[in-house]
Design a protein around this ligand. Structure first.
Ligand code: DX5
Ligand code: ZN
Length: 221
């Protein structure tokens, strides 16, 4: 069976913000159409990144599918503002929920706004914590680093989480996509894909180098 083409989602966290338009044009010219926005609140994770103004500015290019990764507490409060700023898919963290009911209500609310819905889990969180949500989401984001910073090493336990998610997807005839985020390069991306990943987020592997074309090709091996 032919391998499905992998989707590569550059993580803006590693972009050169003084030359962001050039960076986005380069990505667009090389066929990238999925962009990953790492939103951090300094509370859910020990870092603050960026938010609505950046998404609004990037949205003006209309080049990309805007994949917003909310590494924040109380994600519900910011769903509508990010939707209005141009988010197409919003991913929240299961660890930011206080109950399964809250998670299901949040997903229903996101659906009512016409959003694609993603849920993410930190390295220490078990896949089983996501079971109630798998039939309800479009995407599961497996963190292969502790969220908060780009440029970290890929944590290899993510491979088994990816494989387990693929197992549940097949067993229960579900259709969520599996996205992997953190420490992705040609090698870790290859094994993540072999275990079932559909979408690879990459920040430091793509931004800040002069061989972007080769790096993108190396992720779609
Ligand atoms: C980490 C972010 C990741 C990170 C990826 O909290 O969610 O998207 O920016 O960066 P690299 O690819 O450099 O690990
Ligand atoms: Zn991310």
């Amino acid at each position: 069976m032919a391998k499905e083409k992998i989707i590569v989602a550059p993580s803006l966290l590693s972009a050169d913000f003084l030359h962001l338009e050039d960076e986005l044009n380069k990505m667009h010219e090389l066929g990238v159409n999925w962009l990953h926005f790492d939103v951090m609140d300094g509370h859910f994770v020990d870092n603050i990144s960026f938010g609505i103004p950046l998404l609004k500015a990037v949205e003006k290019k209309h080049y990309f599918f805007n994949d917003v990764h909310l590494m924040i507490s109380n994600p519900r409060k910011f769903i509508l503002p990010f939707k209005e700023a141009g988010a197409h898919l919003i991913t929240f963290h299961v660890e930011a929920l206080s109950s399964v009911e809250e998670g299901k209500e949040l997903i229903a609310y996101m659906r009512s706004l016409g959003l694609k819905v993603g849920i993410s889990l930190r390295p220490k969180t078990a896949v089983e914590d996501l079971l109630p949500y798998l039939p309800l989401v479009d995407l599961v984001l497996v963190m292969s680093v502790e969220p908060g910073f780009g440029g970290q090493e890929f944590l290899s336990e993510a491979y088994s989480k990816i494989a387990l998610l693929r197992y549940y997807r097949e067993k229960d005839h579900l259709s969520f996509k599996i996205e992997v985020d953190g420490g992705v390069n040609h090698a870790t991306g290859y094994y993540a894909r072999a275990n079932g990943a559909d979408i690879l987020v990459a920040g430091s592997y793509l931004f800040g180098h002069d061989d972007l074309k080769e790096r993108l090709e190396s992720l779609d091996y």
